[in-house]
Design a protein around this ligand. Sequence first.
Ligand SMILES: [Zn+2]
Ligand SMILES: [Zn+2]
Length: 357
Amino acid sequence: MMTTMNAAVFSGIKQLDVERIDKPKIKDDEVLVKLKACALCTWEQRVFTGINKVHFPFIGGHEESGIIVDVGPKVDTDLWRVGTRVVVGLLTSCGYCDNCRTGHEGSCTRFSYENHVGGLNIRGMGGLAEYLAVPVTKLFKIGDQLTYEEAALTEPLSCVVHSVDTAKVELGDDVVVIGAGIMGVFHAILARERGARVIISEPDENRQKFLKQLGFDDLINPKTVDPVNTIKTLIEGNGADVVFDTLPISPVAEQAVSMAAIDGRVILYSSFHPDTPISISPHTLHRRMTKLMGSANSDSSDFLKAMKLLNNGTVDVKPLIAGTVPLSEINKGMLWALKPETYRVIVRLNESDDKSI
Ligand SMILES: [Zn+2]
Ligand SMILES: [Zn+2]
């Protein structure tokens, strides 16, 4: 058996190459996952462009799916056996710090980009390697109907499950989603599933067209109208019950707060680049009883919910997959993913010996 494998390794800003590295060895309570698909998230794109700082060499990829090809002697094979198709999630959380134990694995205090995960000898998230050694607590089962590419989007969907749950979207709520990148679209889809009316603020014409194809007709263009006044007019003067801000631009966060109805919930979902402070009237927050909240990452329960939503077909991610590239064309995939109009680009792994993807 081969003791090395291919992995896409960042060795500097805009330096991303396929290298041979050691194949991970599993511990007694781990399984070996042969990865099949890994999506290129904004996070990896920001490593590529140098916005997210990491120490090189580094292996990116945290939206991955694959198949179990080996199990350790202590693994319960009633649950996890060779041939089980899985999503690997939350690989970077330790599982035993206070945050992990209170269900906030996405905010694990022991997490660091300096950590090694998945049995790899290079630090990083690991999803852009061909194999990972994975503890069974980090596995989520893929349903028979779902492709590996679709399953790779469980992680971003799980982050939006977390956000929508945090906002407690309810039947009949007026929900505003600011920005229709993939995360904005997921927010719109899940809010609609919750029985909300969804209004989306998005200036890009192609994205507007795409949103209409998905059945979203309440769209506003913040470049041609004042978004706050327009939202208030659309919702008959009250403002939105829930506002999801998915843009990384600080002044937009101020607008999001101004859009909220009395007792409205505002979720700052995106990370902010640059992290410029915003100005908010504390009296207005008090008087309007605005709930201003952040949402970041996801935990095991969000992953389980996201996996179910995909497995049972409630959420169809196919329209959000821009396309796929083989691992050997990772740079082409990254440049494609970096274009603002592109939704998710997925890297195919281990396809030479298996056509089942
Ligand atoms: Zn992601
Ligand atoms: Zn932890």
